[in-house]
Design a protein around this ligand. Structure first.
Ligand SMILES: [Zn+2]
Ligand SMILES: [Zn+2]
Length: 198
């Protein structure tokens, strides 16, 4: 969203507010987001601080996400806020400052697009779950375990222990032929000693 600041340019302390609905299409690119259910409602205040233009804002948008465990859709209202300064001139500092993205006034306009998008993206939950104790999907048949028992026998085996169980099975199978070998060698020894005796 581009904001015209000509009304407060050259007037330190002057500010204005805008309230607008913006398209939330960019949120569709986020893998966890299955649907964007409405526009982003945005409320922004732009203040001329003398050295820069301070933009503070609150945003909200309704989204349909997918539970990362059972993949069921769930609706949330994502809320975000921002507080950033737009510089009148690009600042040329040392290399570190230069790498940091600067927000700069373009003539009589501020382009708040990246500011709004970044504020919403960093506010998305890291891990989406329909409920904290969501049991997820059955590892055998893929049924949603929260909907009831699917009847699979794996239900009592902890998934995290499954690789360990396989290792134990494998090692017990390996152990048997080794014992047979031992028996064989003792027989050989007895045969040898018998042979020496005779
Ligand atoms: Zn779930
Ligand atoms: Zn199952």
């Amino acid at each position: 969203m581009r904001l015209n600041i000509s009304g407060i340019q050259g007037r330190k302390g002057a500010f204005f507010q805008v309230k607008r609905d913006l398209p939330g299409d960019f949120l569709q690119t986020v893998p966890e987001v299955s649907k964007v259910l409405g526009p982003i409602s945005a409320e922004l205040t732009v203040t001329n601080t003398g050295d820069a233009y301070l933009v503070t804002g609150d945003f909200s948008v309704d989204l349909e996400l997918r539970c990362s465990r059972c993949l069921k859709p769930l609706r949330i209202t994502l809320e975000a806020s921002c507080e950033e300064e737009f510089l009148k001139e690009p600042e040329l500092g040392d290399e570190e400052d230069f790498l940091e993205e600067q927000l700069v006034v373009e003539g009589s306009e501020l382009d708040t697009t990246s500011l709004i998008e970044d504020s919403l993206l960093i506010s998305l939950p890291m891990k989406v779950v329909c409920s904290p104790d969501c049991p997820g999907l059955c590892t055998k048949c893929g049924a949603v375990l929260a909907d009831g028992d699917c009847g699979c026998s794996t239900a009592d085996v902890d998934i995290r222990l499954a690789p360990l169980m396989k290792l134990l099975e494998a090692s017990s199978q390996e152990a048997r032929p080794e014992r047979r070998k031992d028996h064989g060698s003792t027989k050989e020894k007895t045969l040898q000693s018998k042979g020496k005796l005779s």
